[in-house]
Design a binder for this molecule. Structure first.
Ligand SMILES: Nc1ncnc2c1ncn2[C@@H]1O[C@H](COP(=O)(O)OP(=O)(O)OP(=O)(O)O)[C@@H](O)[C@H]1O
Ligand SMILES: [Mg+2]
Length: 554
């Protein structure tokens, strides 16, 4: 719950005035509903019994004034509630999104980001439902219980004590069974989210399912998962409903006992009619109020379950000692550097991915001169070529030793500074669902230079031919699926090439290209080396070797 505690504390401190006012108004409302309404009604009934017309009209007038005051308070309460809840839903999404990006900025976790798509929307909704319930149900109910207890205690202290103790029994019961309910919910939530992920995974691989003729298999498989989930959900709901039923029965026992006691007092002439009516009215209000709260337990458990799930997801990503406040407020202050990017040095570097056992680098030493070079990185799949570059980019920090850029340890350099000077085009050829040109110019640090470079690249005949039937100002589609694999790959490479940074790293740039296009790309790289201090190319493709001034073998 580390992340949730952080969100809760931050939200309360950001919205302390609104939270304070709404809590105050909620308590005021419950005071209006109970004491004021019930005593006015009791006054009117008592006056009616005594045929005291004046007091009846007086009671009626008071009832109107109290109702007007109630409406005004309620209106203000709603206005604050609307803004608070709407703000919360949007705020949580933004906060979690920025947390996800910031925590991975300097140490990419092994987490699959797709896993967060469903829970982030669900947590935002659930947190808003939960807060709404706390504000509209829980706080007023607790306030309400205390007001009733106070009134009962004042009028008949033993009644107040009985009332308080019996309500504490209900709360004790709730606390006692809550862990079993949450455990049940946790299992069910895991299954629901698992199924949703299964759906997303299927949608991401829809083509494969259709091409391989696996439609019926997938439908049956999903049906089976859904049925299993449904059975568990029904079992869980029945389990909760049974306990809700027990608690509701306890409420009725309290009401019966109190009423019986009041009636006895009245028959023994130890209580006047006014007090009797007030008590009975309050007891009926108590029944409605507390029943609503008890009935909302399943919804609260639902919200809690979702929040618990995302908290567990985030916990996998957050190391034990991570300070969330520091991550979010980016307390790490880096010294400013003006580096020429002449050399990179690996000094006794060891690196192992967290939660794995095989080291990728062990006491690795290498000095790389970057001046006017095209450097190749080659070696077998899985040997650590991409990891090597990710360490330079500070996407991971080495476990031992040091990586130095121009003699400065990268751990002391702001990762944003490194990434403004080294452009890394990774192996993935995904695109944003934005215009293709927007994708190409993404992260560009000098738009006029980027446009000029782009113009130059688009004069190459094979590139022009590649995009002959594509409008570069049209959207690329989700992940870029509206254009071909080669078109996507070239769009990403061009994006790196046009950006006027000192160093360009291309990870497997030629794997989806036809021979002619590849030849042209090699020519472009040769021509563009004048714009760069160094181009580093990770590749298995021997045709690219001709470009290299130097090769690093893995
Ligand atoms: N985030 C990660 N968590 C754990 N292990 C990882 C992670 N990323 C890579 N690895 C492991 O580290 C090793 C090196 O991976 P890397 O991607 O650097 O290889 P590579 O040489 O670039 O391979 P390829 O040529 O296939 O791209 C692999 O065995 C891989 O399974
Ligand atoms: Mg790789």
């Amino acid at each position: 719950m580390k992340i949730f505690t952080y969100l809760f504390e931050k939200f309360v401190s950001l919205q302390k005035w609104e939270m304070g006012s709404i809590t105050g108004l909620a308590l005021l409302l419950s005071f209006f509903y109970t004491n004021i309404s019930s005593s006015i009604i009791a006054k009117i009934i008592e006056a009616a019994q005594k045929k005291d017309e004046n007091n009846m009209y007086l009671g009626f007038r008071w009832f109107i004034y109290a109702s007007i005051a109630l409406c005004i308070v309620y209106y203000n309460y709603k206005i604050i509630q609307n803004s608070l809840l709407s703000y919360l839903t949007h705020w949580i999404k933004t906060e979690l999104f920025s947390f996800l990006l910031k925590i991975n900025n300097e140490n990419m976790s092994n987490t699959s980001f797709v896993n967060f798509i469903t829970p982030i929307s669900r947590i935002a909704h659930s947190a808003s439902v939960l807060l709404n319930d706390i504000l509209t149900n829980l706080i007023p109910t607790i306030g309400f219980l205390f007001v009733i207890f106070g009134y009962f205690f004042w009028k008949k202290w033993e009644l107040g004590i009985i009332f308080l103790l019996s309500n504490m029994v209900i709360m004790g019961y709730l606390v006692f069974i809550s862990s079993a309910m949450f455990e049940f919910k946790r299992k069910q939530e895991d299954m629901v989210v698992e199924n949703e992920r299964y759906l997303i995974d299927n949608f991401n691989n829809l083509e494969k399912i259709i091409y391989r003729g696996e439609i019926n298999y997938e439908i049956d498989e999903f049906q089976e998962r859904s049925d299993e989930c449904l059975n568990l959900t029904i079992k869980m709901m029945n389990f909760i409903t049974n306990h809700v039923f027990v608690m509701n029965s306890m409420v009725y026992i309290i009401i019966f006992a109190c009423m019986y006691y009041i009636i006895i007092l009245h028959t023994k002439k130890q209580m006047d009619t006014f007090t009797l009516i007030t008590f009975i009215t309050i007891l009926i209000m108590y029944r409605d109020n507390i029943s609503d709260t008890i009935q909302s337990i399943p919804a609260n458990i639902e919200s809690y379950g979702r929040i618990d799930l995302i908290s567990r997801e985030f916990n996998v990503m957050i190391e034990e000692n991570t300070d969330i406040h520091a991550v979010m407020s980016k307390i790490t202050e880096y010294k400013t550097h003006e580096l020429p990017f002449d050399a990179i040095e690996f000094r006794n570097v060891s690196f192992i991915y967290s939660k794995t056992t095989t080291p990728i680098l062990q006491n690795y030493n290498r000095h790389i001169d970057l001046n006017n070079k095209i450097i190749g990185i080659t070696g077998m799949s899985g040997n650590g070529k991409s990891t090597f570059v990710k360490l330079i980019m500070r996407l991971h920090d080495c476990t031992d030793g040091a990586i130095l850029i121009d003699g400065v340890d990268v751990k002391t350099i702001d990762p944003f500074y490194i990434r403004r000077h080294i452009t890394y085009v990774n192996q993935s050829s995904k695109l944003f669902d934005r215009k293709i040109t927007e994708n190409i110019l993404y992260g560009c640090k000098d738009i006029s230079k980027c446009n000029a470079n782009l113009k130059e690249i688009l004069t190459y005949p094979k590139i022009r031919e590649l995009y002959r039937n594509v409008d570069l100002d049209s959207d690329a589609g989700p992940l870029g699926e509206k254009i071909s694999g080669g078109q996507r790959q070239i769009a990403n490479i061009i994006s790196g090439l046009v950006n006027p940074t000192e160093i360009l790293v291309l990870d497997e740039p030629t794997n989806a290209l036809d021979p002619d296009l590849k030849r042209e790309l090699l020519l472009i790289l040769q021509n563009f080396r004048k714009h760069k201090k160094c181009i580093i190319i990770i590749t298995h493709d021997r045709d690219v070797n001709a470009l290299f001034d130097e090769t690093i073998e893995f």
